[in-house]
Design a protein around this ligand. Sequence first.
Ligand SMILES: *[C@@H]1O[C@H](CO)[C@@H](O)[C@H](O)[C@H]1NC(C)=O
Ligand SMILES: *[C@@H]1O[C@H](CO)[C@@H](O)[C@H](O)[C@H]1NC(C)=O
Ligand SMILES: *[C@@H]1O[C@H](CO)[C@@H](O)[C@H](O)[C@H]1NC(C)=O
Length: 491
Amino acid sequence: MVSLICTLHDHRDDVNWCVFSASLLATCSADKTIRVYSTRDFSELPFSPLSGHGYVVHCCSFSPCGQYLASCSTDATTVIWLMDSGEIEAVLEHPGRSPVRVCAFSPDSVHLVSGASDGTLALWDFTTRSLLRTGGVTDTTLVACSFSPCGQLFVSGSTYGDLRVWNLELRQLHAEKNAHDLGVTCCQFAPQMQKGSGGNVTEFRLASCGQDSLLKIWSISHMPSTGCKMQLLRTLTGQTAPVLSCSFSADGQMLVSGSVDKSITVYEASQGTLLYTLSQHERYVTACAFSPTAPLIATGSMDKSVNVWRVEDGCGTLEAKFLPGEEAASSAGRREGEKMAGHSRLMASDWSEDDVSSWLREEGLDVLVDVFKANNIDGLELLALNKDILTTDLKIESVGLRGKLIRKIEELKMESMCTGVPDEYLCPITHELMRDPVIAADGYSYECEAIQSWIRTKNRSSPMTNLPLQTTLLTPNHTLKMAISRWKTSH
Ligand SMILES: *[C@@H]1O[C@H](CO)[C@@H](O)[C@H](O)[C@H]1NC(C)=O
Ligand SMILES: *[C@@H]1O[C@H](CO)[C@@H](O)[C@H](O)[C@H]1NC(C)=O
Ligand SMILES: *[C@@H]1O[C@H](CO)[C@@H](O)[C@H](O)[C@H]1NC(C)=O
């Protein structure tokens, strides 16, 4: 489920871009300003709006730790803003003095790349704030740019319709000439490195969108010896008009896009399954972004508004991946003394040791907090507890206490289970919907993390048969994963 949690109406003209850091949301607009909000409660920071650009601000990008924001404008500059004070730290003048349409940081903060409407690319050394190299393509406007997770490559996209892969020497490693008919509008790498097929190959996922109304997912692999290969993996067609922006979630598993048809679509990225279509904006959706730390999406539009959405599925599995920022965001509004129910919005299998402690307290099992802490029992361990472990390992002598704890754990398992989930979609260890089912040597499928943890701590016996596992090899159960993904979509 995706719910709209707030609408920001501060810009006075088209919103062109939005981007999150761990704790902030920045939006930029044709009104020449950038606005910065705290993701705790989406209040605007005291120093916002940032004024300094002379014309339309097209794009903005946070440095990976969120200390700096780079913004670029038709005024031919990329401005570096300090995020603790809102002050301008540097103004980078684009070579050629043409409007700067896009800028992106490298994941290691060492480089910043900017692309302009005359087709020039500028690669900046961010440590010295100085121009390192210029390059680019002629007769086109650069509108899209993204650094790969390794920081050694980046991709540019232009109104000519091509996607090009560059290295830090600004040598073009690959050109995909007709990536999007009539023009590329945006591209973004997934933050993860994929496992390459050969030992020395690094492989990345790139999403791109364009005037052809398509969203595409590419695999880009790079081998120092043979160069760069780019392969189209999926074409997503959930929107009926040009797709203007796209963004991967922090775990690379979801992809959001905004379109001229005013809709926002959210896909499961590996299968390309359409999960949600959202409509709230009154005009073109020009911008979209996933938060790196919370299950939040921001979308910006030519209707001048920015919408913030919360993504959660029925079982809370998506939410479970986003603990830190999400916790901060949700607890901020809560007054002291109110019951902290932070853990209950996560899957129990994702609880930290502290979450387990607060659950014990809530259930009136305070006496167990210390022994659970001493034994490093997190959510996954909690769900795997049984009478034997309680007696022999945790030395809980009281029969009554053991019984109560076991009952509470059973209740917890029931609670976190979605009603009506087919049994085979639940992990036998955690009793929760599997995200990453793997087949163990006993032939049963388990949630990958759960069985790995089981194998590490439970003497390599099968959770189902109690017999020793012949090997610890785990093979992904793709069929099951797809079935679960389809089931989730239809619920
Ligand atoms: C990886 O690179 C090393 C050194 O460049 C080479 O000896 C080796 O054969 C390569 N392995 C593969 C799988 O390409
Ligand atoms: C994948 O999981 C399903 C459901 O548990 C099971 O029926 C199927 O046999 C598994 N696939 C393999 C290859 O074991
Ligand atoms: C672990 O398994 C081995 C053989 O599979 C057995 O000899 C040993 O006693 C087991 N240890 C525990 C703690 O169960």
